[in-house]
Design a protein around this ligand. Structure first.
Ligand code: GDP
Length: 422
């Protein structure tokens, strides 16, 4: 619980407010004094808490019935159920973290690979924000210089000053470009690549999935909703999540519900980033495969995988022409699988990198690109008023990343995607 009423709830449930920042073994009691559970109570007085407000944590034994009783008791005492992301939203509004850090809390929770989790943790610790801030600080310096020149006639300005400003601007643009490049990789790590997997039963799709995922287990996640929805499996390649959509079940629609499911699968397929067609080394090309190919967007990168080469003795390898790759491999022995991994990473836009990647979102990319555009415009202008304006706009774009300038609806959009209460 977070907020002014946390003390009242503590008094009601525990009998008194527990000592600050101490784990206190306590009885949790209902209105009549009957015992609900016995557990640990923690009280964090403002401002030294996650949200910056008074925070009360009750750690019980769990279980839905006890949990519900305890929640009901707290609500009776004036608490209410938190909205999605509300704790982090309050932390942001109370200045405990900036917007990029708040977003990384959700990314940390949702991380689908160790690398993604590490990057989110780095963002949470403020690495991304620090880089954005440092560019912002240099921009402030530059803007001060430029704005100071606005009031002077052109001929009174020392050409050396102009040169220095141009150099400063070039430096800021360079740093911005470097952050943008890292952020692009951060987005790949967060969003990954969605791939359509096409192949008849028994060509070795599951075997290939397991091969691709390497150390990390393939997670099969039926999308929430009906069980008839398409199945997605996520494998992680060098930390980049690759979401695979299985096209099995696209064939026959027995009834209306199944037909809707199939339509949904088609929409997912058409929005995917790439497709893999799997066939067996010994089998000829499939008619169904040709039909599917015809319906995929022409621009979609496609890999033709020929599996089970261990049975025919063909050599593993890959070739590509006109954007279509052909890869011979064996899911059983692993021969040639490396080429498919490399292809997937290339299509995802992944570049090998050093340590220190941070998590980023499309929103951050857009803001960084906007900032780049304004600074490019500034570099091409002569009049100080116009340069100053472009620099101001670029600065504002940067500010949107950490939330120094942000509209309320933007906040709503960000925090509503959190899971309940985080
Ligand atoms: P799926 O129905 O497409 O998912 O196919 P599975 O992955 O279940 O594989 C079907 C059968 O083919 C299984 O018996 C696998 O062991 C076998 N299989 C898969 N890949 C290979 C391979 O590369 N070589 C050989 N020899 N058998 C394979």
């Amino acid at each position: 619980m977070s907020g002014k009423g946390a003390r009242t709830v503590a008094e009601g449930v525990l009998g008194s407010v527990p000592a600050s920042r101490h784990a206190t073994l306590s009885d949790f009691r209902d209105r009549d004094g009957a015992l609900i559970d016995r557990g640990i109570a923690l009280f964090f007085p403002a401002p030294h808490s996650y949200t910056g407000e008074d925070v009360l944590e009750l750690q019980g034994h769990g279980g839905p019935v006890v949990m519900r009783q305890l929640v009901r008791r707290c609500v009776e005492l004036g608490a209410r159920i938190a909205e999605p992301g509300e704790f982090t939203r309050r932390a942001f509004l109370n200045g405990q973290m900036d917007l990029a850090q708040a977003e990384s809390v959700a990314d940390l929770i949702d991380a689908s690979s160790t690398e993604a989790a590490r990057s989110a943790a780095r963002s949470l610790a403020g690495e991304f924000s620090r880089r954005v801030h440092s560019i912002g600080a240099e921009l402030t310096e530059l803007r001060m210089h430029v704005e100071a020149c606005i009031d002077f006639p052109e001929e009174e300005i020392d050409p050396a000053d102009r040169r220095e400003q141009a150099e400063r601007l070039a430096r800021v643009r360079e740093k911005l470009a470097a952050v943008l490049a890292d952020a692009e990789q951060g987005v790949v790590l967060r969003e990954g690549l969605t791939v359509v997997l096409v192949g008849r039963p028994n060509v070795g799709k599951s075997s290939l999935l397991n091969r691709l995922s390497g150390e990390e287990l393939a997670i099969v996640t039926p999308i929430a909703g009906t069980t008839r929805d398409y199945v997605r499996a996520t494998v992680s390649i060098e930390g980049v999540p690759i979401h695979l959509i299985d096209t099995a079940g696209l064939r026959e629609a027995a009834d209306e519900i199944e037909r809707i499911g199939i339509e949904r699968t088609w929409r997912a397929i058409e929005a995917a980033g790439a497709a893999i067609f799997i066939s067996e080394a010994s089998a000829p090309e499939d008619e169904e495969e040709r039909l599917l190919r015809a319906r995929l967007p022409a621009s979609m990168p496609v890999a033709h995988v020929v599996n089970k080469i261990d049975l025919t003795g063909e050599a593993p390898g890959s070739s590509s022409e006109e954007g279509e790759a052909s890869i011979r491999l064996s899911a059983r022995t692993g021969a040639g699988v490396e080429a498919l991994r490399a292809w997937l990473l290339r299509v995802a836009g992944w570049k090998p990198h050093g340590e220190g990647l941070f998590m980023a979102r499309e929103r951050h990319l857009r803001a960084l690109e906007e900032a780049c555009d304004h600074l490019r415009a500034a570099a091409s202008l002569q009049a100080y008023e116009l340069i100053a304006e472009e620099l101001r706009l670029g600065h504002a774009s940067l500010g949107a990343i950490t939330g120094e300038v942000s509209a309320d609806d933007l906040l709503g959009a960000i925090f509503s995607r959190f899971c309940i209460g985080k």
